[in-house]
Design a protein around this ligand. Structure first.
Ligand code: HEC
Length: 184
């Protein structure tokens, strides 16, 4: 009787130890490793010629943002207006003399210097660029990823990854002027 009990107890104990051991070994073997970079890079074109194996061994550095200039001639400002209403209008007005909201009024932004709208409380990061114009590529980079393009910006917008959408949006911003800047 007590021998039987001992056998059962030993079996239970052994099972428990084995189970625990398996757990520890499992954890060591399977230790999850955080990805160094996202498996899917948003906003990159799928035409990357790098072989997959090479990418696994040594991930290439993030590709430079492709210039928006070649897309502008065929970009659609009406599509851009719709996008702007959806993605930007919560913070920005677009009409001449429009009010500043969470973000500054954007009338005449293409070609204007950074941080030039009177009475708007810009970040130091943007003010530091006050002698630089908002040219097409500066807008492209900022809209693609505000925080990467201007570390310290107060613009709390995640970014627009799609190059065509950025081109349409910038084509719309270009129309916000009595004398639109020439296309590149
Ligand atoms: C959540 C609010 C918010 C949204 C959404 C937003 N912005 Fe902004 N935007 C800001 C703020 C705040 C600033 C001032 C940034 C600074 O000074 O660092 C700004 C600045 C800018 C500037 C620079 C203006 C200047 O005078 O220097 C541009 C250009 C701009 N935004 C474009 C856009 C576009 C295009 C969109 C839509 C794709 C957008 N923003 C969406 C809040 C926003």
């Amino acid at each position: 009787m007590s021998l039987e009990f001992n056998k059962i107890a030993a079996a239970v104990l052994t099972a428990g130890v084995a189970f625990m051991g398996a757990g520890i070994i499992g954890e060591v073997l399977m230790k999850p490793k955080a990805l160094e970079r996202p498996a899917i890079a948003l906003g990159t074109t799928p035409t990357d010629a790098t072989p997959r194996e090479a990418a696994v061994v040594a991930p290439p550095p993030a590709p430079e943002l492709a210039p928006v200039a070649p897309l502008l001639a065929a970009a659609n400002p009406d599509t851009g207006r719709t996008l702007a209403q959806r993605a930007c209008a919560a913070c920005h007005s677009f009409n001449e003399g429009g009010r500043n909201g969470v973000g500054p009024n954007l009338w005449g932004i293409v070609g204007a210097k950074h941080a030039q709208v009177a009475g708007f409380n810009y970040s130091d990061a943007n003010r530091a660029l006050a002698d630089k114009p908002w040219d097409y590529e500066a807008l492209n980079a900022f809209i693609a990823n505000p925080r990467a393009a201007m570390p310290g910006t107060r613009m709390a917008f995640a970014g627009l990854a799609n190059p065509q959408q950025r081109a349409d949006l910038i084509a719309f911003l270009r129309t916000l002027s009595n004398e639109p800047v020439p296309l590149p």
